[in-house]
Ligand binder design. Structure first.
Ligand code: APR
Length: 259
């Protein structure tokens, strides 16, 4: 289970870290309150703040970091059952984690839908408008096209409910870089069997780890997520493999960009 805290080492702000978090830096948009930027009713009232933010966050300017590559290595070693992520930055796919191994619970920029006629678009079709700061409009009906990010007030994508079969069979849960503040995603932390260890890699104790509801087999590795991941990779003897994987995949991405 991952949140924005695994992408701050890549240079993307998280939402709630005091001072640096996104919700502390939205004054320029004159929002009634910070979360409005991701609320569907506010979006229908005024989509401009969201699209201005989308320009900053749009996939393509950031690279995955060691945290993403660790999950990719778990997959390469046949140890990953599924990665449940709240993130919309697409760094999991960029690190080479196959989409079928991902549940992007809060949606993705990879696809978009017209808010009027529901026509579906590829996220790349919106890039020119978003980079120019214009609101993307549907050529068919002139409605506003919205990236398939899950806004507050919207349903989570149907594949989120894969947790009903994944979590009961998981034999380890790793929770990384999330405040566990947003439901229903946060409740997944309690969906593994009591006998299953839960490893929190995060700057601070969150969710059941903070409320004193820790289970006897819970483990919290507090501090920067990359150092926590390095400690785990070292303990597994995977550090060299992890660094080679990261170097190989980053080079390939750079070469692709140069082509
Ligand atoms: N190392 C370790 N922990 C970190 C790091 C880091 N480099 N950077 C941030 N964190 C921790 C923060 O301390 C915090 O506990 O990661 C957590 C990030 O929490 P949030 O900013 O609330 O992000 P997230 O949990 O992903 O938010 C959930 O809120 O607004 C919605 O839809 C949005 O998906 C998002 C959801």
């Amino acid at each position: 289970m991952a949140g924005a805290g695994i992408s701050t080492p890549s240079g993307i702000p998280d939402f709630r870290s005091p001072g640096s978090g996104l919700y502390d830096n939205l004054q320029q948009y004159n929002l009634p309150y910070a979360e409005a930027i991701f609320e569907i009713n506010y979006f229908h009232h005024n989509p401009k703040p969201f699209f201005a933010l989308a320009k900053e966050l749009y996939p393509g300017n950031y690279q995955p970091n060691l945290s993403h590559y660790f999950i990719r290595l778990l997959h390469d070693k046949g140890q990953l059952l599924r990665m449940y992520t709240q993130n919309i930055d697409g760094l999991e796919r960029m690190a080479g984690i196959p989409p079928k191994m991902l549940v992007e619970a809060h949606g993705t920029f990879a696809t978009a839908t017209c808010t009027m006629c529901r026509k579906e678009y590829n996220g790349e079709e919106l890039r020119p408008d978003i980079m120019e700061g214009t609101v993307p409009k549907c050529p068919t009906c002139k409605g506003v096209i919205k990236p398939d990010i899950v806004f507050f007030g919207e349903e989570l994508p149907p594949h989120f409910f894969r947790y009903l079969t994944d979590f009961p069979v998981a034999d380890l849960l790793i929770i990384m870089g999330t405040s566990l503040e947003v439901e229903p995603f946060a409740s997944l932390a309690g969906a593994v069997r009591g006998s299953v260890s839960r490893l929190l890699i995060n700057r601070d104790l969150v969710g059941p780890f903070a409320w004193g509801l820790q289970r006897h087999n819970d483990i919290a590795e507090l501090g920067d997520v990359v150092s926590g991941v390095k400690k785990l990779a070292d303990a597994l003897g995977w550090m060299q493999e992890l660094e080679d994987l990261m170097a190989r995949t980053t080079d390939r991405a750079l070469k692709k960009n140069e082509e």
